[in-house]
Write a protein that binds this ligand. Structure first.
Ligand SMILES: NC(=O)c1ccc[n+]([C@@H]2O[C@H](COP(=O)([O-])OP(=O)(O)OC[C@H]3O[C@@H](n4cnc5c(N)ncnc54)[C@H](O)[C@@H]3O)[C@@H](O)[C@H]2O)c1
Ligand SMILES: O=C(O)C[C@H](O)C(=O)O
Length: 311
């Protein structure tokens, strides 16, 4: 199976690395606009093969979309990341044009591909890719909730002092510092509600830390995080390519689910070979419903900024 990753920067190259190490795909093509950059990243990754035992063929190209032909999945990480103190939403002016052009270019060579959008502001970039290309909604997936949920589980594991892989937790809503919704009520430690172990005060701190998880790392690193994002994209790509039917919080086009329409926003999805195979419209309590509606309004407001670009 072939995966193209457009944008060979921190997130894209990390994603290529994880896909290779885990043998998720047989071929990965990295594409970037910086001369030689994707080629260099690909060659560096390929030189890990003998020490780690992977057989994935990784190649890099500079802006040559013909080499991406026949991709089963295309990941879009092209665009700028935020600097400390910025919001993801502030990236829309530069990244929207990039994502639109990249989505159109990849489809010329892989008309049946499934597109995973990573570039920020991710929910709006996912909506842009859908509207600009007319690809069926099941084949446009925004990655954000998988990352936010992994951060939520990590912060819970630190609070519990227990392994993160024993913890189940999900974040839905927009992929924004104030719009994401860590579902603390539904989080569990090996099936036991975490509320059995953690006070409300600690749980609220865990939720708050999760919401600014990206900004925290941008403040520490000077740019966006890339290890967990790259691994989160690979986790999603694995479920698609290997038809794993995993339930993953993804930004997808909703038509009535959670009472919302005509936006892409993070909801629980079953992800398989056809991309979004099912959206799980789970029961939320009144507080969660209100938070989701507020989150959807914020995402919709960002989409309005696209009108001039989509014409
Ligand atoms: N959705 C998420 O959870 C998530 C997580 C991390 C980062 N991000 C976003 O992903 C994007 C990339 O982040 P990064 O840290 O990898 O940035 P980066 O600057 O390291 O890499 C971006 C790469 O895109 C390339 N690029 C720019 N325009 C291009 C074009 N038209 N065609 C092909 N390549 C192009 C650049 O040359 C660069 O190499 C940012 O928008 C960031 O905010 C999203
Ligand atoms: O926060 C960022 O700037 C990048 C990404 O959306 C993240 O959550 O790490």
């Amino acid at each position: 199976m072939k995966v193209t990753i457009v944008g060979a920067g921190n997130v894209g190259a990390t994603c290529a690395d994880v896909i290779s190490y885990r043998g998720i795909a047989s071929e990965v093509v990295l594409l970037d606009i910086k001369e030689g950059f994707a080629e260099g990243k690909a060659l560096d990754i390929m030189q890990c093969a003998t020490n780690t035992g992977f057989n994935t063929k990784v190649s890099g190209v500079t802006n040559d979309y013909s080499k991406t032909a026949g991709s089963d999945v295309v990941v879009i990480t092209s665009g700028i990341p935020r600097k400390p103190g910025m919001t993801r939403e502030e990236l829309i002016g530069i990244n929207a044009g990039i994502v639109k052009t990249v989505a159109e270019n990849v489809l010329k060579h892989s008309p049946n591909t499934i597109i995973v959008v990573v570039s920020n502001p991710m929910d709006t970039m996912t909506y842009l890719a859908l509207k600009a290309t007319g690809v069926p909604k099941n084949r446009i997936i925004g990655m954000g909730g998988a990352l936010d949920s992994s951060r939520f589980r990590t912060y819970l594991s630190l609070a519990l002092d227990k392994p993160a892989n024993d913890i189940s937790a999900m974040v839905i809503g927009g992929h924004g510092d104030t719009t994401m919704i860590p579902l603390t009520r539904l989080a569990s430690y090996n099936g036991i509600p975490v509320t059995e172990f953690l006070s409300e005060e600690v749980l609220q701190k865990v939720a708050a830390d999760t919401m600014v998880g990206g900004a925290t790392l941008t403040g520490l690193l000077g740019t966006s995080a890339w290890y967990a994002p790259g691994a989160s994209v690979a986790y999603l790509v694995d479920s698609i390519l290997n038809d794993q039917k995993k339930m993953i919080a993804c930004s997808v086009f909703v038509e009535g689910e959670y009472g919302q329409n005509d936006i892409c926003i993070g909801v629980p999805c079953i992800i398989g070979k056809n991309g979004v195979e099912e959206i799980l419209d789970i029961k939320l309590n009144d507080q969660e419903k209100a938070l989701f509606a507020k989150s959807a309004d914020a995402v919709r407001g960002m989409n309005d900024a696209l009108k001039s670009i989509l014409v």
